[in-house]
Design a binder for this molecule. Sequence first.
Ligand code: SF4
Ligand code: SF4
Ligand code: SF4
Length: 268
Amino acid sequence: MALEEMDKRRLSGVDIIGRKKGLLVTPDLCIGCRGCQTACKEWNKLPGEGTVNRGTYENPPDLTPNLYNRIRFVETSTPDGLRWLFVSQRCMHCTDAGCIRVCPSPGALFRTPEGAVAFNKARCIGCKFCVAGCPFNIPRYDENDRISKCHLCSDRIANGLSPACAKTCPTGAISYGDRVDLIREARTSGYKAVYGEADLGGLGVLFAFREAPSFYGMPDKPSFSPTIGLWKGILKPLTIIGLAGAVAAAATHYVTVGPKEIDEGGDE
Ligand code: SF4
Ligand code: SF4
Ligand code: SF4
């Protein structure tokens, strides 16, 4: 198998065993109740945040470290009045994930066997490279400067449960299942083009759109910068070597010089 192909399969992980899971978001079915926002916060123990009235029912105005899934309100004036559409904004669990490509800290971002892009805060070094690598502006940082984002309820799906947002949605606007089945379901419902079917190797979160993606505030053709390829091939290995060198230097200093002593007589 060609190296590039093996690399693709390693990045996507689940393609090897053919059980990539995903979500299908259907804005036509969404009533904007935000039950999915609340369920996500509850399952992930994310605290509530103060908000202000900005003249729209959409709230909060953006994803935050404590908000992994936000319902974006697309409000459009038409001759018949205001048209409201509601779209879930969250990590797309890209098969070719720019965030994983650029992350220099092994294990900080990783692929689960079900195809989710999950994270380990203990390994995150707060460099924020994944922000630059993400075409959807998803990663956020908590008060300790560690990554925070939707992880496809990796703890639930690993135990055979559906993600909290899909489980809670009362209308089926977010449904969970095998990715191939979700694409079939959207087609059967009359959606000819499924957003995310082929983009970035196939998104884990698919969208059944009637209009152009840009109408819903999504990039028509999501992609990341070509420099990400350069980063992955040349700079990222150098960064990892640099990090390993820094750790080795610190360990050597500890062994040869000993721990840093605290000046007892210094400032309180
Ligand atoms: S949407 Fe962004 S954060 Fe999520 S997997 Fe894709 S690149 Fe990574
Ligand atoms: S999959 Fe889980 S973590 Fe992601 S938005 Fe839904 S409830 Fe939140
Ligand atoms: S729970 Fe379902 S219907 Fe309610 S806002 Fe979320 S996606 Fe829309």
